[in-house]
Design a protein around this ligand. Structure first.
Ligand code: C2E
Ligand code: CA
Ligand code: CA
Length: 458
């Protein structure tokens, strides 16, 4: 029986699996419902959501699978995890990956398999969502797409468990929380705060990043880390994102109209993978811009690697939006495993260097090297660079000297509600900020990189 090779980042993958396993999501009714739906809709007698460990595959939820754990060498899902891509075998006896497998040749007589990876926050496959049949059958592209959607929902729930375990909140009732959040979206309890992005060449605010908060009646102002994962797991992030986009576009259009210092202000909005994969994302974004009267090039959508993991689902929307002039930024750059691959596959206008590099700039030569290389790479690709998490003057001088044009962080300004933002504020231009050109001549094929709007620059 040909065994699947380990995933190319197997030791990191196993560490990731361990962090999710520690959160113990076994018995979560939401995960069980997702597996029930997979089995029911695809009419399969066996279905499971599992994590693939070093030696075993353990099920967090299952239908028809008699045991909670099986040895890894008996897992059908190793191929799905190994390649981090869907695997479909309509007739396992005719598929070289499965034909000799004891569960196929033996008494269990498994005949058909369709599995998709379940990705963790860092983009590594934790395990799979799969359906198995005891008769050969055809799985369609739609079947696989459904599994992928369910797997994304499962990943959202797993992430929630992981974070809750870290925050000592394990056992929180996700269903109740998502119902409460639904009401919060409807009742106007969400707030948008804005954090300036400063142009280091002029010392002025070039853009604001919209950051959502929940004004909870009992718990006070909650940060996004406390409720966005619930929103992602339940799908509410689509409605939440629509609200943030609408509100932020309206606010920035008002600033541009009222405040001469903000006439060319740009807006950055975070979007999750779930939002991007929603079929309504293009009209939502263009509608928010149109309703506010904001030009498309004033808006940057910030995407994380996690949002881009499901490339095929989100590529068309991103290309369409970019074609209409909306700018795209790769957020938290450098923290994932495939930042460079995403840079190759997704046309982005901006890189946001993650704050973990900024934080260790002074005490880690390696961080400095990575930050410098990221900035140079971005410029070579014709992208702008925003360095995040600048908290000290020394860091600001350092990133300016490395050639980054834009910076964001508590040193410059924290996120604040709109009425407390001072968009006319100026900061001293750091030494070194004027030394380098902001953007080198793009080396990509002509037309591959749209000319960047520099309207906010001067
Ligand atoms: P992010 O996109 O990386 O946003 C930057 C986060 O860094 C913000 O946290 C901000 O308050 C914080 N920050 C800014 N300057 C500094 C600094 O100097 N030092 C440190 N340590 N932190 C700094 P926040 O507001 O808690 O947001 C956390 C994350 O939640 C965001 O990370 C983003 O991924 C997500 N998020 C926020 N708003 C939205 C939204 O509307 N939709 C979606 N899908 N996600 C959102
Ligand atoms: Ca962001
Ligand atoms: Ca970020």
């Amino acid at each position: 029986m040909p065994t699947a090779p380990p995933h190319r980042h197997e030791s990191d993958r196993l560490a990731s699996v361990a962090s999710y396993r520690a959160a113990s999501a076994v018995g979560d009714p939401g995960l069980q419902s997702l597996v029930d739906v997979a089995a029911r809709v695809l009419d399969a007698p066996l279905a499971g959501l599992s994590l693939l460990g070093a030696d075993e595959q353990s099920y967090l939820a299952r239908v028809g699978v008699p045991v909670a754990v099986i040895p890894r060498h008996l897992s059908l899902c190793t191929h799905t995890v190994s390649g981090a891509a869907p695997v479909v075998a309509g007739d396992a006896t005719a598929d070289p990956r499965f034909a000799d497998h004891p569960l196929v040749t033996g008494e269990h007589r498994l005949r058909a398999y369709a599995g998709v990876p379940v990705f963790g926050r860092d983009g590594l496959p934790l395990g799979t969502l799969c359906v198995i049949d005891v008769r050969p059958r055809d799985f369609t592209g739609e079947d696989v797409a459904l599994l992928e959607r369910l797997a994304r929902a499962a990943a959202g729930l797993l992430e929630l468990h992981r974070r809750d375990a870290g925050a000592g909140l394990a056992g929180r009732d996700v269903l109740t929380e998502s119902l409460r959040l639904r009401r919060a979206v409807d009742d106007g309890e969400l707030r948008v705060h804005y954090q300036p992005v400063v142009d280091l060449r002029s010392g002025r605010v070039a853009a604001v990043e919209a950051l959502v908060r929940w004004q909870h009646p009992e718990l006070g102002l909650l940060p996004p880390g406390r409720f966005v994962p619930v929103a992602e797991a339940s799908g509410l992030v689509v409605a939440l994102g629509r609200y943030v986009l609408g509100e932020a576009c309206r606010q920035v259009a008002a600033w541009r109209a009222q405040d001469p210092a903000a006439a060319a202000l740009r807006l950055a909005v975070n979007v999750s993978g779930r939002q991007l994969a929603d079929p309504g994302v293009v009209p939502t974004v263009l509608g928010a811009l149109g309703d506010a009267g904001l030009p498309a090039h004033a808006l940057t959508l910030e995407l994380t690697e996690t949002a881009l993991v499901h490339g095929n689902d989100v590529q068309p929307a991103l290309r369409r939006l970019r074609g209409d002039g909306v700018r795209l930024a790769l957020d938290d750059f450098g923290t994932g495993y495939s930042s460079l691959a995403y840079l190759r596959d997704f046309p982005v206008d901006e890189l946001k260097v993650d704050r973990c590099f900024t934080a260790s700039l002074s005490d880690s030569v390696r961080s400095g090297t990575i930050t410098a290389a990221s900035i140079a790479l971005a410029h070579d690709l014709g992208c702008e660079v925003v360095v995040e998490g600048v908290e000290h003057a020394g860091q600001l001088t350092h990133v300016a000297a490395l050639g980054a044009r834009y910076a964001q962080g508590y040193l410059l300004a924290p996120p604040r509600e709109a009425s407390a933002c001072d968009l006319g504020a100026t900061w001293p231009v750091p030494v070194g900020a004027l030394r380098r050109p902001a953007v080198a001549v793009p080396r990509q094929a002509p037309g591959a990189v749209r000319e960047l709007p520099h309207d906010a620059a001067s």
